[in-house]
Design a protein around this ligand. Structure first.
Ligand code: CAA
Length: 392
């Protein structure tokens, strides 16, 4: 198809390897994990061995040393098999690993990046609080430097933390200087067994049920100053820049589930008969398939273009906020559109747990919500196009 020319032999190889792995190891158990809500640890371990938990991290830090397009292709294939598994992969790769690789000290990279990128440890990213989802700067979690300047004491709570119940290491954003508002936020790397870190109950969710989510509470939790990520006060910029990378991963995830919905619909349209014809012979079904295919290819273009922008940024340092937000916005709305159409094309069977189509539909919804809702993506895009605040 149209964007194949962008792919090197290495890209095609990783796509093929991950596709085979996902079909063999993830597809057969995805419904089980969705039903039980169990965390798919055996799959995650195998993905770690394959190098999928730190795809863009250099090999010296335990990663696979590939580029962002390779990450996008791998993410697409995993999401096609199971969105929940791809969520765990995305937080490890483009939130945790990207943050430590970009802002971490050498010691932080040796300890935390090495473990998470190699898949031996699970990473999480804790930004959201009960009163601050979209308005991320409005956080109440407070970090106070100890009198001897050796550690911070952190109190507060974070909500909706993906992989929170199982994370070994967490990137945590807390207010160190409330008078400075967003410029008073600092990022920390918190070890999962730190006294004072309390994990809440696992949230029951509509979709991505195997991706464990919980609240985190901090009660006089002491974090050494060596675990500050970047500089004190730089936390909000780190949070936003890391989300730019994260949003490309979510775009790829959305693309993957949209493709899964289309492939299922094509199979069904060729098999299912009504009124003496295969339903794919009816215009009503053909138009849905045509719209799904067209939107998927448009989403692919925006997603690959964002991946290439991120790749260029490794040399230029330029921001790719606009590309990432456009890809995330369009791909997530495409995922919702395609999974909705797939349920409709399948009729009663689309509503049944006998087929994975209803799971695609439930799972796709989250891509319009996390890592910035569609409304926030539109706000970011508009601010960039108009040259307003936040765009420079
Ligand atoms: N890169 C670098 N810096 C950035 C930036 C970016 N992408 N975006 C903003 N900034 C900088 C601005 O330049 C500005 O800098 P100055 O201090 O020098 O002025 C500063 O950050 C503040 O920017 P804004 O004035 O634009 O900030 P705002 O308060 O208006 O908020 C927002 C902007 C876009 C709405 C932001 O709050 C946002 O993205 N909200 C959504 C939060 C979100 O996506 N949460 C996801 C949680 S994580 C998750 O979902 C993971 C998961 O479960 C899988």
């Amino acid at each position: 198809m149209g964007f194949e020319f962008l792919l090197t032999e290495e890209h095609k190889m990783i796509r093929e390897t991950v596709r085979e792995f996902a079909e063999r190891e993830i597809v057969p158990v995805a419904a089980h994990y969705d039903e039980t809500g169990e965390f798919p640890m055996p799959i995650i371990k195998k993905m770690g061995e394959l190098g999928l938990m730190g795809i863009e991290v250099p090999e010296e830090y335990g990663g696979a040393g590939m580029d962002c397009l390779a990450y996008v292709l791998a993410m697409e294939e995993v999401a096609k098999a199971d969105v929940a598994t791809s969520t765990i992969m995305s937080v490890n790769n483009s939130l945790f690993c990207h943050a430590v690789l970009t802002y971490g000290t050498e010691a932080q990279k040796q300890t935390y990046l090495q473990a998470v990128a190699s898949g031996q440890a699970i990473g999480a990213y804790a930004l959201t609080e009960p009163q601050s989802g979209s308005d991320a700067a409005n956080m109440k979690t407070r970090a106070v430097l100890s009198d001897d300047g050796r550690y911070y004491v952190i109190n507060g709570r974070k909500s909706w933390i993906t992989s929170g119940p199982v994370a070994d290491y967490i990137i945590l954003f807390a207010m160190t200087d409330p008078d400075k508002k967003h410029r008073g936020i600092t990022a920390f790397i918190v070890e999962g067994d730190t006294p004072g870190l309390i994990r809440g109950k696992v949230e029951p969710k509509l979709g991505i049920r195997a991706s464990a989510t919980c609240e985190l509470f901090f009660e006089d939790m002491k974090v050494p100053v060596e675990n500050v990520l970047g500089e004190p006060g730089m936390g909000f910029k780190i949070a936003m820049a890391v989300l730019d990378a994260g949003r490309i991963g979510i775009a790829a995830q959305a693309l993957g589930v949209a493709e899964a919905a289309l492939e299922a619909s094509i199979r069904w349209a060729r098999e299912r008969e009504a009124f003496g014809h295969k339903i794919g012979e009816f215009e009503g079904i053909q138009w849905k398939i045509a719209d799904m295919k067209t939107r998927i290819e448009a989403a692919r273009g925006l997603t690959y273009s964002a991946a290439l922008a991120k790749e260029r940024a490794k040399d230029t340092g330029a921001r790719y906020t606009l590309e990432a937000s456009m890809a995330k916005l369009f791909a997530s709305e495409t995922a919702m559109f395609c999974t909705h159409q797939a349920v409709q094309i399948h009729g009663g069977m689309g509503y049944s747990k006998e087929l994975p189509v209803e799971r695609y539909f439930r799972d796709a919804k989250i891509t319009e919500i996390y890592e910035g809702t569609s409304e926030i993506q539109r706000l970011v895009i508009a601010r960039h196009v108009l040259g307003l605040r936040g765009s420079f």
